[in-house]
Design a binder for this molecule. Structure first.
Ligand SMILES: *Cc1c(COP(=O)(O)O)cnc(C)c1O
Length: 386
């Protein structure tokens, strides 16, 4: 198997089918016209993939093929957003009366989907300590059908012991689903650790330019078969124009993420040396819960991490954030630009209450020159202390 960087550049395009055009053309079509009656019959029987716009044209198919190859799965299902992919996956794999285990560090809207929509459908959710490891066995019930992972969590950055959790799940016939958005397809896939379905918010690094919302779930075998059926039933569609932009983002994924990883590590270490800092929550640093699991299972990082500073007044935080030159306040991450957000895990944690009373800042480090970013943060800390 070639290196993933090579797959990023070479997969998902077929110039020989498009008169040499290096990129897959954007095919905008609802109707597909068949050559003859036999072609129509092949489409009706499901043998012909190219049968109707809703099932995807070559633009989407090439992107799906590339994402599946990067993940090492048979199939890849695109959804209108990352949250859409999460809702589609959990909704497709769970039935009324089932029970699901969700890590306490999970993405907020994932929790909302479980607490409201899964509840409405008669599925019960239990939140668990992301650092529980094989202790998850104690939370498994007879009706537990899915164990969900998000490693690391995108606010508090605990890295989970995926192999220990997968071992418990496999011994009991429970499916595992991982949101792997932070680690990107560049990290070793959780599929290689035995996870059944892997989700990415394409919106973040895969797209990389803050101009598209899309999500994907990758899977093989019986899980893929189930997802394929549900994907058709729900009529899920993503625009071919967006698929082309996502493929453009994918081509440069490694170059962008490696640059952002390097700058983020430099900034994380800079924070660690500052007197305002209590803890740096970056998986590649010893101070991060689950660092050893990160070293063993992930081994790379991206541009997103958090720091816990001393407590400050609302006015001080306002002074710092309003004056930032390059770090903008805004949701999402994974784009080319730097972002900063004050976040409060106390507001949502239930399994392991967040006891830290210091100021948690989540930073997304973009492609700006790192020294400019550090100067911006340094001035920000001066305003915070003023
Ligand atoms: C942003 C995000 C999502 C959701 O992606 P959208 O495309 O914004 O719906 C899911 N999981 C994680 C970890 C995220 O950061």
């Amino acid at each position: 198997m070639p290196d993933k960087k090579t797959l990023l550049a070479h997969l998902g395009r077929h110039p020989e089918h498009h008169r040499g055009a290096v990129n897959t053309p954007v095919v905008r079509t609802s109707t597909v016209i068949f050559d003859d009656f036999a072609g129509l019959q092949r489409a009706e029987s499901g043998q012909e993939k190219n049968s109707y716009g809703r099932y995807g044209t070559i633009t989407r198919q090439d992107l799906e093929a590339q994402l599946a190859a990067l993940e090492g799965t048979e199939s890849s299902f695109l959804c209108p957003s990352g949250l859409g992919a999460i809702a589609f996956t959990l909704g497709s794999l769970l039935n009324p009366g089932d029970h699901v285990l969700i890590p306490d560090c999970a993405y907020g809207p994932t929790r909302a989907f479980c607490d409201k929509e899964l509840k409405r459908l008669g599925v019960e959710t239990t939140y668990y300590d992301p650092l529980i490891g094989s202790g998850i066995a104690d939370l498994v019930r007879e009706n537990t059908k899915v164990i969900y992972l998000e490693s690391p969590g995108s606010v508090t950055f605990e890295v989970q012991d995926t192999p220990a959790i997968v071992a418990v799940a496999k011994a009991r016939g429970i499916l595992t689903v991982a949101d792997n958005t932070w680690a990107t397809p560049l990290a070793p896939s959780p599929i290689t650790l035995g996870v059944d379905a892997v989700i990415h918010a394409i919106t973040k690094y895969i797209c990389g330019h803050s101009d598209i919302l899309m999500g994907v779930v990758n899977a093989s075998g019986a899980v893929a078969k189930r997802l394929a059926q549900q994907h058709r039933l729900y009529g899920l569609h993503v625009s071919p124009d967006d698929c082309a932009l996502v493929q453009r983002g994918l081509r440069t994924l490694a170059a962008r993420v490696e640059a952002q990883e390097k700058s983020a590590l430099k900034i994380a270490e800079w924070f660690a040396s500052r007197p305002e800092t209590r803890r740096v929550l970056h998986p590649a640093l010893h101070s991060c819960p689950g660092h050893e699991a990160w070293k063993r299972d992930i081994g790379m990082s991206s541009g997103l991490f958090s720091v816990v500073l001393n407590p400050y007044s609302k006015e001080a935080v306002e002074r710092m954030l309003n004056g930032m030159e390059y770090f903008a306040m805004g949701f999402s991450w994974g784009g080319y630009e730097s972002l900063i957000l004050p976040l409060n895990p106390k507001a949502y944690r239930t399994a392991v209450p967040w006891t830290e009373d210091g100021l948690l800042l989540r930073l997304h480090v973009g492609l700006e020159a790192v020294d400019d970013l550090i100067a911006d943060l340094e001035a920000g800390l001066s305003r915070l202390n003023a």
